[in-house]
Write a protein of this length. Structure first.
Lengths: 418, 298
């Protein structure tokens, strides 16, 4: 069975928690003790209806304030797929938590209230989804029951969004008219919107085609760990363990190791599932090579005729996430990229991106919490990387503040502007 | 095809290797419960054919099911790993904590002190736990790498962002990380793995006849540490345990599932979560788990 990771982005007001509750409830993924619990809490608080958001808002502070602060993960399965929901906060002050949840999903759901249409928050969320390179976006126009299930209203919102989204790099956008509260087009087809011929949300989640989302062309294998058993039965075993970051690796393939540039041939592939002949993106394997090379953690195995870029001068979109200190150009930070750790200075902020209207604001030299900008960096040793839009795994990095240990920023590597 | 379970295994193995590569002194918690059994098997696969490059640790309340202790010792012997036992009884004897008293006493909360003392004593900087996000609301919020300050506290409102598959384990001396390689597994995934790989488990996971009594709607086993109160009638029933913890707060469920496939069939149609069904400790308050985790619990 395949697995789909998706993020839901928005706040309680958009009906996000109700939508998740509806998906879980209608797919029979809520357990009785969970339902009893939220029923009793809702009753005690004097709510008129069972507040399904209590299912997802797990921290005391969230329940007190009625908002989502941090990502919550939920799990459910249908006979076709198993799903991981990263339920992300929508408020601007929790942008870093939204990015945490949406960084590695296959699909994102952004909710739009049918009464208000595309608002600043919709634009901000869609921009972040686009920056993070999430392959599939679903715009759920929710609360259709409150606009008389009007096709004209739905079309209007769709046009409004498409005008804005033409400036984003979104690969696949689907629009669905739903009512999470009434259950229209979530799991079951709506009988109130016969004009809509598209799928229900669950049908879309079950069937969206994701096999082509991975980069299966450019072979990339960041070495994570060298396995050398200190056991008499395996005197000569030397395996390079890691997770395939792109392309395919096959027994018999010629490979090149960066930074040394030395070449060898794959003679075996071990895995947690036993020996295999080939491995693809996401798989954890151990490579055995024909030659005894000096290879350590942080090296990159690729093909001689298809190598990642190698540079100490980088350009990236950077999301600043540290609430204790702003970006300081010239300060030394630690950079983590694939399995490699180096140190870095951020030279220059080329511009700050206004995440509400997409304006590029120049003349700034710092980024503060939740701000996004295009920057240049210099690292102490070369990184082996690809453009983030070619490969999310070899195109992403984090910046760590060496004084506090905080994850200060997340970055997406880009080709330098020409 | 890269199935859902394969993807989970690959993710967990990657996390385990990452910790072994980046931390000085990791340790893996191992209780003999099914989640920690699966985690230990994944660790063995992560480094195969080398041995697991870190020890395992059991925080022992002294209130055990004997079948589980026997199983624990057999497991670590098979895999050739070192076992460290942190004893709650020793913490009580040393005056670090007062034993719980009274008819409803449980040593479950006392484990936190022993756990933190053992981490400090051995200077562990990374502690693998088998917790899953589907178990409980507070756990649904937790990162894979979960930072603990020098008091062992979790700060759920200020967790480090955790993006893509890049983990930040930077910490100051005296601080440590809890690492959860099984974060994205569900109860059904655990059982499916156990079935597909013929993983051995303590016998109490399978239906057997034993004397139990009903307390707060849950079937509690009669042991040396837990006796019925007046009015609680002891009956012999076919039961199994869905979780294995301290004998005083872990309840059994009625079941006829004597093999893994039977359990999968029961789990697939279960309408109550495993902790909701069987853990008296989680029923104490709406934020029971969050409060215990904040102070350093598993």
């Amino acid at each position: 069975m395949e697995r789909l990771r998706f993020a839901t982005v928005g706040s309680v007001d958009d009906g996000k928690s109700t939508l998740i509750g509806r998906l879980l409830y209608d797919s029979k993924s809520i357990f009785e003790d969970q339902l009893e619990h939220i029923e009793s809490v809702s009753k005690r608080r004097g709510d008129d209806y069972v507040d399904l958001s209590l299912l997802t808002d797990g921290l005391r502070a969230e329940r007190e304030q009625g908002i989502t602060i941090d990502v919550a993960y939920r799990y459910f399965a249908t006979p076709k797929r198993s799903f991981i929901i990263a339920d992300c906060p929508g408020h601007i002050q929790y942008t870093r938590n939204m990015i945490t949840g949406a960084s590695n999903v296959d699909l994102a759901i952004v909710l739009v209230d049918a009464r208000t249409g595309v608002v600043e928050q919709t634009r901000r969320h869609s921009l972040l989804v686009s920056l993070l390179g999430v392959p599939h976006l679903v715009i759920c126009v929710n609360k259709m029951d409150l606009v008389d299930y009007s096709q004209a209203r739905f079309d209007e919102i769709r046009e409004e969004f498409e005008t804005f989204a033409s400036r984003l790099e979104l690969q696949d956008v689907t629009f669905l008219p739903i009512s999470a509260l009434a259950g229209d087009n979530v799991v079951s087809r709506s009988t109130s919107m016969n004009w809509f011929e598209g799928p229900t949300l669950l049908h879309h989640l079950e069937n969206v085609y994701t096999a082509s989302d991975e980069n299966r062309i450019d072979t990339r294998f960041p070495v994570q760990y060298v396995i050398r058993p200190q056991r008499a039965e395996f005197p000569d075993y030397r395996g390079y363990a890691g997770r395939v970051a792109g392309g395919m690796l096959r027994v018999g393939d010629d490979v090149m190791v960066m930074p040394s540039g030395l070449t060898s041939t794959i003679v075996g592939i071990d895995s947690p599932h036993g020996p295999r002949q080939e491995a693809g993106p996401g798989q954890a394997v151990t490579l055995l090579l024909a030659d005894d090379l000096s290879i350590t953690r942080g090296d990159m195995i690729c093909r001689p005729n298809n190598r990642p870029r190698s540079s100490q001068e980088l350009e990236a979109m950077l999301c600043w996430m540290d609430n204790s200190a702003p970006l300081q150009p010239g300060k030394i930070y630690t950079i983590k990229h694939t399995t490699k750790v180096a140190r870095t200075k951020i030279n220059q902020v080329l511009y700050r991106l206004n995440i509400s209207n997409l304006h590029r604001e120049t003349g700034v030299n710092a980024l503060t919490m939740n701000e996004i900008g295009r920057v240049t960096l210099h690292t102490t040793s070369p990184l082996f990387f690809d453009d983030y839009h070619q490969n999310r795994t070899t195109g992403c990095f984090i910046i760590v503040d060496e004084d506090t240990g905080q994850t200060a920023a997340a970055g997406m590597l880009l080709s330098p502007r020409t | 095809m890269h199935s859902s379970l394969h993807a989970l295994i690959d993710e967990s193995v990657t996390i385990i290797r990452e910790v072994a590569a980046e931390f000085e002194r990791p340790v893996m918690l191992f209780s003999g419960g099914k989640d920690s059994v699966v985690m230990l098997h994944l660790a063995a696969r992560a480094f195969d054919p080398a041995r697991i490059p870190f020890p395992v640790m059991h925080i022992d309340t002294g209130h055990n099911f004997p079948e589980v202790i026997e199983f624990r010792d057999r497991c670590v012997a098979d895999l050739g790993v070192q076992l460290i036992v942190g004893s709650v009884q020793a913490s009580i004897d040393a005056g670090r904590v007062a034993d719980a008293t009274g008819p409803r006493a449980s040593r479950n909360p006392l484990q936190t002190v022993t756990l933190l003392d053992s981490i400090a004593e051995h200077r562990f900087d990374a502690v693998f736990g088998g917790a899953r996000r589907d178990e409980e609301r507070a756990r649904a919020k937790e990162r894979v790498y979960s930072h603990r300050d020098s008091f062992g506290q979790w700060d759920p409102k200020n967790q480090r962002p955790e993006l893509w598959g890049i983990y930040n384990g930077r910490h100051k001396p005296g601080e440590h990380f809890r690492i959860f390689p099984l974060s994205n597994w569900t109860e059904l995934d655990i059982w499916t793995f156990i079935a597909e790989h013929h993983i051995d488990l303590p016998s109490i996971y399978f239906a057997h006849k034993r004397p139990v009594f009903l307390r707060d709607g849950m079937w509690m086993a009669v042991t040396d540490f837990l006796q019925p109160e007046a009015g609680e009638e002891v009956v012999d029933k076919m039961v199994r345990f869905r979780t294995v913890g301290d004998a005083t707060c872990t309840a059994a469920i009625e079941s006829v599932a004597v093999a893994v496939d039977d359990i999968i069939a029961e789990t697939a149609v279960a309408r109550v979560t495993e902790r909701g069904a069987t853990r008296a400790d989680d029923r104490m308050s709406e934020a029971g788990m969050e409060d215990r985790k904040r102070t350093g619990y598993f």
